[in-house]
Design a binder for this molecule. Structure first.
Ligand SMILES: Nc1ncnc2c1ncn2[C@@H]1O[C@H](COP(=O)(O)OP(=O)(O)OP(=O)(O)O)[C@@H](O)[C@H]1O
Ligand SMILES: [Zn+2]
Length: 658
C-alpha cells in the first residue's frame, strides 16, 4: 500500500467517501460466508468459490485500479505485488487465503486513508476559517456581500462573537479577539481602534494592537475594520497555500525510503519469480514451489515501510499547526529534531523589540534643546526600530515635533544613519560608523559609553559637522518568557544558544547573562551574521536560526532550519522561514523542537518495525515454516501498527512545561 499523498487519490465510489471501507467490509463478509459454506455445509465446492470470488472483487477493486494506473506509468509498486499474490493464490487453489489477503489489504488501506485523512483534515481545517460573507458599510447602510467582492479600503462591520472576514485595521470600537485559529494562543487578545487612518503605514508596520486577521473570532463588542488585504492575500489564505505545498518538501527519510523501494520491489519480483522454480532443485512439486513463492511475496512487500514516514510527518505537522506553528514540510520537521545549536537574533526575538529612550547626553556644552531637535529631525525619517523608539520618546518627553529640516536620509547597514541638516552632515550610529567617517571618538566619550553598555543600554553617537555632539541611549527589555524558554531548551538537549546582534558586545553580554544564553556575539554587520552562521555550521553541523525574518534574512537562509517569530503579521517571515511561529511567543520553540524530536523517534521506530517484520517473515516463509494466512496477518498487521504509532503525534504534549 503506498500512501504518499501524491499517490493516494481519494477513491470515491458508489458509497461516497466511505466506499473503500464499505468495499473492504463486503469483501470480509463474502470471505466469511465462503468459509462457512466450505466448512459447515454440503453445498458443492463451487458455491464457496463463488463467495470467495466476490471477496476478491470487493477486496481487490481499488488495489487493481491503483496498480493499473501505476503500471501505465511504468511503475511496479505495492498494490501490484498484492494483486499478483492474490492471483497466484487463486491459481494454486488457495482461494480462501487469497480472499483473506485482499480483505485485509483493503481494510488496512481504508483504515490508513482514514488515519491520514484525519491528520490532513486538521491541517485543512485552517482553510475553513474564513467566513463566506462580510457586512460592508457603505454610505451609512450595511450590506452583506461575498468576501471575494471585498476591496481594499472597504469598511466592514464585525458583529460580536462572529468571525472576522478580512485582514485589516480596527477603525472603530474595542474588543478582545480570539486569535487561536491562527496563532494557537488560547487567551483572547485586547485590540483597540487605531487613533487615525491618515498616512497608514504598511500592514506589517501597523501596531499589532489595532490589527485583526481573517478567521479570528471577535469578542463581545461590535467593531469596524478597514480592509487592508484582499481575501486571496490574507494571512490565512497564505497559510493554507503553504500547508498544501508542505507535501512537496519531502523529508530526508522519505526520500531514502522512496529510493530504497525503487530497487527493492523489482528485486522482490525477481526473487519470487525464481522461487517459482524451486522444484527444479529440491524435491517438491510445482504447486508447492508456487505456494512458497506467493507467501514470500506477501511477506516481502514493503507496505509498512512505505507508510511509516509520511504518516508521522503529516501527524507532526498537523499537531504543530494546532499550536499556531507552521512547519513547512518533512525536511524542516526532521532537521529541527536534530538541532543542538540555536542562533538568535536579539531585537524582537529575545527582547520585546520595544526599546525605550533612556539617556540624552549632549557633549561639550551643546545645547540640549537643539541636540534633541536635531536627532528628532533625522530619526523621524527612518523606520528602523531604534529610530522609531527614539523619535517617539523624544516627541513626548520634550514635547517637540519634527520640522522637516533634514534631508538625504540614508540608512547605513549595521552602523547607523546619515542625513543633511542645515547644509551639514549628521551621523547617528555606533563606533564603527564614526570610524568609517574618520570622526574621532575621544577616550572620555568611550568611557561614558562603557558604563551604559555594561548596564545593557544601546548607545548611539551623534556627530554633526564631523564633531561628536552627544550620546543617546535606549534600552530594550528581555521578553518575560525568554529565561524559562532557554531553560526548557537546555532540558531537551540544546547545547549552544547564541545571540547574534548588531548591537555592542557589552549589551549582548548583559542580556545573555540575564536570560541564560551560552554566548553572545555583538558588533555584527549583516554579513558578519552570515559568516557567524557559516562558522557554527562548520563546527556543529546543523544549526537553527531564530529571528523575525526581516533584517536577518540572509543568515536565516544559510542556517539548516530557519524559525520566524510573529509570522502572522509579516509576509516575508511567513514565506521565507522553514518554521513559522504565528504568534511571537518564543515559548513555542521548545514545543516544536520537542515535537520534532518525538517525530524523529517515531519515524525511526516505524522503520524498525516495518523492516523487522519483513526480515523476520521472509526467511520463515522461504523455509516454508508458515502458511500464507499467517504471513498475511503479520504483514498487514505491521502496516496498521505503524500508522497507529504515527497518529500518537497528534496528541503530543509538551513535557517540559515549567
Ligand atoms: N536609525 C539608527 N539610528 C541610530 N543608530 C542606528 C540606526 N540604525 C542602526 N544603528 C546602529 O547600528 C547598530 C546595528 O544596527 P542593526 O540594525 O544592524 O542591528 P541588528 O543587528 O538588527 O540588531 P539586533 O541584533 O539587536 O536585532 C545599532 O545597534 C545602532 O548602534
Ligand atoms: Zn500489503
Amino acid at each position: 500500500m503506498s500512501h504518499n499523498k501524491e499517490e493516494s487519490h481519494n477513491h470515491s465510489g458508489i458509497f461516497g467517501e466511505k466506499s473503500e471501507l464499505i468495499f473492504a467490509i463486503l469483501s470480509g463478509i463474502f470471505l466469511l460466508v465462503g468459509f462457512i459454506i466450505q466448512k459447515f455445509t454440503n453445498y458443492p465446492e463451487y458455491v464457496s468459490i463463488v463467495s470467495y470470488g466476490l471477496g476478491y472483487v470487493f477486496g481487490g477493486y481499488y488495489a487493481l485500479i491503483e496498480a493499473f494506473e501505476k503500471i501505465t506509468k511504468g511503475q511496479f509498486e505495492i498494490d501490484f505485488l498484492m494483486i499478483l499474490a492474490a492471483a497466484g493464490a487463486a491459481y494454486i487453489g488457495s482461494v480462501g487465503e487469497g480472499s483473506l489477503l485482499l480483505f485485509l489489504f483493503s481494510l488496512g488501506h481504508s483504515l490508513e486513508n482514514y488515519a491520514m485523512g484525519k491528520a490532513e483534515k486538521s491541517i485543512e481545517a485552517l482553510g475553513k476559517l474564513s467566513p463566506k460573507t462580510a457586512f460592508i458599510k457603505k454610505n451609512g447602510t450595511i450590506e452583506e456581500i461575498d468576501i471575494h467582492d471585498l476591496k481594499i479600503n472597504d469598511t466592514i462591520v464585525i458583529k460580536p462573537n462572529s468571525k472576522i472576514a478580512a485582514d485589516g485595521v480596527i477603525v472603530k470600537g474595542n474588543s478582545s479577539i480570539n486569535q487561536a485559529p491562527i496563532t494557537g494562543e488560547s487567551m483572547p487578545v485586547d485590540k483597540t481602534a487605531i487613533p487615525n487612518t491618515h498616512n497608514l503605514p504598511k500592514f506589517n508596520e501597523i501596531d499589532k494592537n489595532h490589527i485583526v486577521f481573517t478567521g479570528t473570532i471577535n469578542g463581545d463588542n461590535s467593531i469596524e475594520v478597514l480592509v487592508l488585504k484582499l481575501s486571496v492575500d490574507s494571512t490565512v489564505s497564505r497559510l493554507v497555500k503553504m500547508v498544501s505545498e508542505v507535501e512537496t518538501h519531502k523529508s530526508p527519510t522519505q526520500r531514502l525510503t522512496k529510493k530504497f523501494e525503487k530497487w527493492y520491489v523489482p528485486i522482490v519480483l525477481i526473487v519470487v519469480f525464481t522461487l517459482c522454480f524451486a522444484y527444479v532443485v529440491i524435491d517438491e512439486n510445482f504447486d508447492k514451489s508456487l505456494y512458497r513463492a506467493i507467501t514470500v511475496l506477501v511477506a516481502a512487500s514493503p507496505c509498512a515501510l512505505a507508510i511509516s514516514t509520511p504518516s508521522a510527518v503529516l501527524s507532526g505537522i498537523a499537531r504543530a499547526a494546532k499550536k499556531g506553528v507552521l512547519i513547512k514540510g518533512g525536511k524542516a520537521l526532521e532537521d529541527l529534531g536534530t538541532i543542538n545549536t540555536i542562533a538568535f537574533d536579539k531585537t524582537g526575538t529575545l527582547t520585546e523589540g520595544k526599546p525605550k529612550l533612556t539617556n540624552v547626553i549632549p557633549i561639550d556644552d551643546f545645547d540640549e534643546k537643539e541636540f534633541v531637535q536635531l536627532v528628532l529631525e533625522v530619526e523621524s525619517l527612518s523606520n528602523h526600530p531604534l529610530a522609531k523608539a527614539i523619535s517617539k520618546d523624544l516627541k513626548t518627553q520634550y514635547n517637540i515635533k519634527p520640522l522637516n529640516k533634514a534631508s538625504n536620509v540614508n540608512a547605513i547597514q549595521g552602523k547607523g544613519i546619515s542625513a543633511d541638516y542645515n547644509g551639514n552632515q549628521i551621523f547617528i550610529g555606533n563606533v564603527k560608523l564614526m570610524e568609517s567617517q574618520d570622526i574621532y571618538v575621544s577616550k572620555s566619550i568611550l568611557e561614558q559609553m562603557e558604563t551604559l553598555l555594561q548596564n545593557g543600554h544601546t548607545v548611539m553617537i551623534v556627530a554633526y559637522k564631523s564633531n561628536i555632539i552627544g550620546l543617546i541611549s535606549v534600552m530594550d527589555v528581555p521578553r518575560k518568557t525568554a529565561t524559562s524558554t532557554l531553560q526548557r531548551l537546555k532540558k531537551i538537549g540544546v547545547k549552544h544558544m547564541i545571540m547574534l546582534t548588531g548591537d555592542h558586545q557589552n549589551v549582548g553580554n548583559t542580556i545573555a547573562k540575564q536570560i541564560g544564553l551560552t554566548e553572545a556575539r555583538g558588533n555584527l554587520l549583516p554579513e558578519d551574521k552570515v559568516a557567524a552562521i557559516q562558522e557554527l555550521l562548520n563546527r556543529d553541523g546543523k544549526i537553527a536560526m531564530v529571528g523575525d525574518g526581516v533584517n536577518d534574512a540572509p543568515a536565516m537562509a544559510l542556517s539548516t532550519v530557519s524559525v520566524a517569530m510573529g509570522a502572522a503579521g509579516s509576509d516575508v517571515a511567513l514565506e521565507t522561514a522553514d518554521v513559522a511561529l504565528m504568534s511571537d511567543k518564543i515559548e513555542n520553540l521548545p514545543f516544536v523542537i520537542g515535537l520534532s524530536r518525538e517525530s524523529k523517534r517515531i519515524i525511526k521506530q516505524n522503520i524498525w518495525i516495518s523492516l523487522g517484520v519483513v526480515a523476520l517473515l521472509v526467511p520463515v516463509t522461504i523455509l516454508g515454516l508458515t502458511n500464507i494466512g499467517l504471513a498475511v496477518l503479520f504483514h498487514e498487521g505491521s502496516t496498521i501498527v505503524v500508522v497507529l504509532n504515527a497518529l500518537r503525534l497528534l496528541s503530543y504534549k509538551d513535557k517540559y512545561l515549567v
